[in-house]
Ligand binder design. Structure first.
Ligand code: ADP
Ligand code: MG
Length: 728
């Protein structure tokens, strides 16, 4: 083992774990650092409290006087907890979270020092946004964007800073973040779903979209991770031969959690409790050193904020435990990658989960309505849904026989498949009393409230119904859930709106009864959406062929997939639902393509550097040892020399051929990069990076990894897979 690696590993073992003890019950800690309802009741006047609640639940505007009151109370609360600064906290399109701290501290005109925080500062701030991606919406010379308070997500304290969740928009009104379109989408789905609910229950006034994410991640020792420039700069390993033992034995999944990782989790969950993130589940995942954290599901906007916040604090907490968290979708080749399942459902303000079967035929008809409309929405916008999870890093995971393929399909299970088959046979137009009774008793009435398929759900499906929710599994571990949630809620909103129109026509123009009309429309939907339903093995080649016949898209790379984000259909969809204007949609597309190019460009540079500065010199060094050896053998054995040095000479040759392989391909890659960089059109540029630059990664890696097997372990400078994955 090289001295460098030896010391890194020695440090790992010498590290005394930071033991985290839990003295308080979690329920006591929960939300302690959040300006939540309970705290607001304590700190706000009754009037202010009601105004804020109205804003949260019904989107009512908060006037300046109330904002002043809220700000002042927030400040008092925060000061009582030792807070010194406040920040508008937002999620720009870089994928990270952003903040700019300002002190409460002010000096007044007469030189007095005081703590101040007014409604103006709560409601709006200008963070000098010139360095955030805007996709050409803002010219940099008038780099003006502002953040505005989102009262639906409560303020929280992190460290000594009061963080106020905000949206981030250009002065011209366009969204520059993930949250703004999400809030608009949630509003759209609320309106459309509430309208449809009224067929079944007139009392429904609001429908809320829920999200329960499951965050997968890797924990690698900080020292070991830092010894690898690729992990440090790109979040993944760009080379490295697989370890003799990987995940073949399945001995990690749900195994006992290693104690150092467990201490990290305790610490992290403690932070989650204080911040009101309802962390519930933790376990080992399939790959060595891979884990998962899942909270109890929440209203989608809050859940998205909580996931962004979690990804941020994970890094900080990990550092305390000498770990580096890898959120990348594929940190190690040949080892399972990480995803972030998005569990999604819709709930009424009367407490009904619209995606859970009910106890009566009528509530089941309501369930089927939402269930079938969701399937139809996914069918109609499958390419857009795929685009919503596209990123340079997720490209490595989708379709890699461990995660859903790049083809979007819906899994619903045997029982519901049968129900849909029965409904497909419903008579066109008016139904006879006998048929109605039959439907009520034997089809709609027979959906059990516990669906058996829940237990043997199909893990290979990208979009699966799991009993009382849909689970969108193609989302990547490093993604901001805002984008997939915006798309999903928007397409469902649009579908429900269309459904309502169709049903109303049948009622008003054809004189059908409400339930007859609903049955009639659902029947047609079932017939027209069959192509999206798939119960088989999503990993198989057969599915790719079958999906092609069905007309489903199969966009394997980000540049291909992203096109659906600016299709005519998508632009019209977002405009109609009031989620994004054409300018916003196009700007986002541009930002994502550029981000893709930059990611591949950075990886390419890092790979070239490591190959030439680490691998080739090491190989040459070892080759010299072999050459010396052969020379020595010649001295001793003279004529018999060829026979005894045969293997060494072969090795020398082999090393030379790999060195040549590396050099030739790195040179080629640099040339391809130069050519790609000269391309003006960003779509073509992204394609060049994808098909020409990135295509060489595998070739370079192949030769590097072969050398890793040949070269003396003592000389090899890079921490190996076995060390990264099995040092605890
Ligand atoms: P797994 O998929 O790992 O087997 P579960 O299906 O039990 O786990 O649940 C995973 C996630 O689904 C959790 O975060 C949970 O809060 C969330 N979840 C459960 N019910 C709902 C629902 N009705 N709407 C949205 N998310 C839900
Ligand atoms: Mg799951």
């Amino acid at each position: 083992m090289s001295t460098l690696r030896f010391h890194a590993i020695k440090e790992t073992y010498a590290y005394k774990p930071l033991v985290v003890e839990e003295k308080e019950r979690r329920s006591k800690l929960f939300g302690n650092n959040v300006f939540n309802e309970q705290t607001m009741r304590q700190y706000l006047t009754k009037d202010a409290f009601e105004k804020v609640t109205d804003a949260v639940y019904f989107g009512k505007k908060i006037d300046r006087g109330i904002a002043d009151q809220v700000a002042s109370s927030m400040k008092d609360w925060a000061l009582s907890k030792g807070v010194t600064h406040y920040t508008h906290w937002f999620q720009p399109l870089t994928g990270a979270t952003a903040e700019k701290h300002d002190a409460f501290f002010e000096t007044s005109s007469d030189g007095m020092a005081i703590e101040m925080f007014g409604g103006g500062q709560l409601v709006q701030q200008e963070p000098d946004a010139s360095s955030f991606p805007s996709g050409g919406i803002r010219n940099t010379f008038e780099a003006r964007g502002y953040t505005a308070w989102d009262p639906t997500s409560p303020a929280f304290i992190y460290g000594t800073t009061l963080c106020i969740p905000t949206i981030f928009v250009a002065y011209t009104g366009e969204a520059l973040d993930y949250k703004t379109p999400l809030l608009r989408a949630l509003h759209a789905v609320d309106a459309a779903a509430t309208d449809v609910c009224k067929y079944f229950d007139k009392n429904v006034k609001k429908v809320t979209s829920s999200l329960g994410w499951e965050q997968e991640y890797f924990l690698v020792d900080k020292m070991l991770a830092t010894s690898r420039p690729d992990i440090n700069l790109t979040g993944r390993t760009l080379l490295g031969h697989s370890s003799a033992k990987g995940q073949q034995l399945d001995d990690h999944y749900f195994g006992s959690i290693p104690s150092r990782a467990l201490n990290f989790m305790r610490d992290l969950e403690n932070e989650c409790m204080l911040l009101g993130i309802p962390a519930k589940t933790r376990h080992n995942e399939v790959a060595p050193n891979q884990f998962e954290l899942a909270p109890i599901y929440e209203e989608a906007n809050l859940a998205v904020d909580h996931n962004s916040l979690l990804m941020d604090i994970m890094g900080r907490v990990a550092s305390r435990h000498n770990f580096k968290v890898l959120l990348h979708e594929k940190p190690f080749a040949g080892i399972n990658g990480s995803g972030k399942h998005n569990n999604w459902s819709l709930t009424t303000d009367t407490g009904i989960n619209l995606l859970a079967p009910g106890k009566t035929p009528m509530s089941n008809l309501q369930f089927l309505t939402f269930f079938i409309n969701t399937i139809k929405a996914v069918h109609q916008h499958e390419a857009l849904l795929r685009a919503a999870v596209a990123s340079a890093s997720n490209d490595h995971r989708l379709g890699a026989n461990e995660a859903p393929p790049a083809i979007i399909s819906v899994f619903i299970g045997d029982q519901l498949t049968k129900v849909l088959e029965e409904l497909e046979g419903v008579t066109k137009g008016k139904l006879s009393p006998k048929e109605k009774t039959e439907l009520k008793l034997n089809v709609v009435g027979k959906i059990p409230d516990v669906l058996l398929d829940n237990t043997d759900r199909n893990r290979t499906s990208p979009f699966a119904f799991t009993g009382n929710k849909f689970e969108f599994r193609a989302v990547g571990s490093s993604a901001n859930c805002g984008d997939p949630m915006t798309v999903l809620n928007t397409i469902v909103a649009k579908q429900l709106k269309d459904f309502k129109e169709e049903v109303d026509v049948l009622i008003d123009k054809k004189g059908l009864k409400k339930d007859e009309a609903v049955f009639n429309v659902l029947r047609e939907y079932i017939k027209s959406t069959k192509a999206i339903l798939f119960e088989g093995n999503g990993y198989g080649k057969e599915w790719e062929d079958e999906a092609k016949k069905r007309g489903l898209s199969n966009n394997k790379t980000t540049p291909e997939a992203l096109k659906a984000k600016v299709s005519k259909q998508t632009i019209a969809l977002f405009e109609e639902m009031g989620v994004m204007s054409k300018v916003e949609t196009e700007a986002r597309y541009e930002i994502e393509i550029e981000s893709y190019i930059k990611h591949v460009q950075i990886e390419s540079r890092v790979l070239g550097d490591i190959a030439r500065n680490h691998i080739v010199p090491t190989a040459v060094k070892y080759q010299n040892v072999l050459i010396e050896n052969v020379k020595g053998l010649k001295e001793i054995f003279d004529k018999k020399f060829t026979a005894v040095s045969k293997e060494q000479v072969k090795l020398i040759e082999e090393i030379s051929s790999h060195i040549e392989g590396i050099n030739a391909n790195v040179t080629k890659m640099i040339d391809e990069r130069r050519e790609a960089n000269a391309i003006e059109n960003i779509e073509e540029k992204a394609m060049a990076y994808c098909n020409k630059v990135k295509a060489l990664f595998e070739k370079i890696r192949y030769h590097c990894d072969k050398l890793e097997l040949l070269v003396d372990d003592e000389l090899w400078p890079l921490t190996k897979y076995r060390e990264l994955l099995f040092t605890r």
